[in-house]
Design a protein around this ligand. Structure first.
Ligand code: ZN
Length: 161
């Protein structure tokens, strides 16, 4: 069986920030990751690299920001009034919030706080980074009808609901 649309794929992986050579995340010694191929469960560059691979295949791939978490954009940095944080006792740099927008929820990190305004950054923490993935394909199976309808994996390594 090869990796293609509508397959449920389990991989072990390690991801490194190319610029700093820092390991960002790794499944080594832990649970592998399971995802539904072709459903945008994982970043586009990694999904493309895995297409056509088989169980036991190992690959090393470097993925540019545009095929990973996007370019870093100054437009995603905004200054908002303190009133936007009602109910929060003390807003500090480094705090993470989820904001509801007309395009759905987005994650924000507070980067600066002054007397009048709070600066928030809506860029993904890995935006603008080239990422090096080391991946080993552990298993491949057919997706169930329900998984295809939901666009994600159920059961082991997937969504429980
Ligand atoms: Zn579901």
């Amino acid at each position: 069986m090869t990796i293609e649309q509508q397959k449920v794929v389990t991989i072990h992986y390690k991801v490194t920030d190319v610029a700093s050579n820092e390991v960002i995340d790794s499944s080594e010694g832990g649970q592998p990751m399971t995802y539904l191929h072709g459903a945008q469960n994982i970043i586009p560059g990694l999904e493309a690299a895995l297409e056509g691979k088989q169980v036991g295949d190992e690959l090393d791939v470097t993925i540019a920001p545009e095929d990973a978490y996007g370019e870093y954009s100054d437009e995603r940095i905004q200054k908002v009034p303190h009133e936007a944080f009602q109910g929060v006792e003390s807003v500090e740099p480094g705090m993470a919030f989820t904001a509801q927008t007309e395009h759905g929820p987005i994650n924000l990190i507070v980067t600066e706080v002054d007397e009048t305004e709070v600066t928030v950054d809506a860029n993904h923490p890995l935006a603008g980074k080239s990422l090096a993935f080391s991946v080993k394909v552990e298993s491949i199976r057919e997706a169930s009808e329900e998984e295809l309808q939901h666009g994600h994996v159920h059961g082991e390594g997937g969504v429980e609901h």
